[in-house]
Design a protein around this ligand. Sequence first.
Ligand code: UDP
Ligand code: MG
Length: 135
Amino acid sequence: MAIERTYIMLKPDCVERGLMGQVISRIENKNYRIVDAKMMTLEEPVLREHYAHIADKPFFPDLVRYMTSGPVLAMIVEGENAVKGMRILMGATKFEEATAGTIRGDFACSTSENIIHGSDSVENAEIEIRRFFGC
Ligand code: UDP
Ligand code: MG
């Protein structure tokens, strides 16, 4: 196992519902460190890059509307096995499959508006950190 960095983003529904504190607590309780964080409002071009793997899906326009509907909190999270560990803490993409005790399992009410993004591999984590933090 290794110390890894992952890109985490608290999505507009998380910010709007006032859940940032609870989600950050779960990340810190797991002993991961938030090494950088900033509020930002996303626009379509960066979302087309970030979500290139699903840009041709029928739900993509709704996803862009949702992800541009308000600010997000972008974070670099660091720790032992942080990429996979954060995916476990987040829970499944489909909200009805997200287990109780996970962030999505406890807070998400739909598959699109699902509170949190986390990189799915070490390679993508580095790409996403560069995309949103330039480092
Ligand atoms: N998404 C959606 N409908 C779907 C699948 C995904 O609206 O049927 C959205 C959802 O917000 C998800 C994001 O697209 O988090 C990215 O999808 P991905 O498959 O990469 O899931 P994730 O890595 O976020 O678990
Ligand atoms: Mg993904």
